[in-house]
Design a protein around this ligand. Structure first.
Ligand SMILES: [Zn+2]
Length: 70
């Protein structure tokens, strides 16, 4: 969920795919501030928001042996 703070000061919790910001209390359309939760990654990533290191595995793409051009 994302928190919108309109210029009027009212707050609204919205989903990621929210499209039309209108204050449900007074009708203000200008958003003053947006607070979103930190992103969560699946897979291999590095950066300040990563809290867990994933081990890199080996994927065998040719289990029957090397692929030879014929
Ligand atoms: Zn408002």
């Amino acid at each position: 969920m994302i928190t919108l703070v309109y210029r009027c000061g009212h707050k609204q919790e919205v989903s990621d795919d929210f499209e039309t910001p209108i204050c449900p209390i007074c009708g203000e359309r200008q958003v003053g501030r947006v607070t979103a939760p930190p992103p969560r990654f699946r897979g291999v990533a590095t950066g300040p928001h990563c809290t867990e290191a994933l081990t890199v595995g080996t994927v065998n793409l040719a289990p029957g042996g090397p692929l030879l051009k014929r």
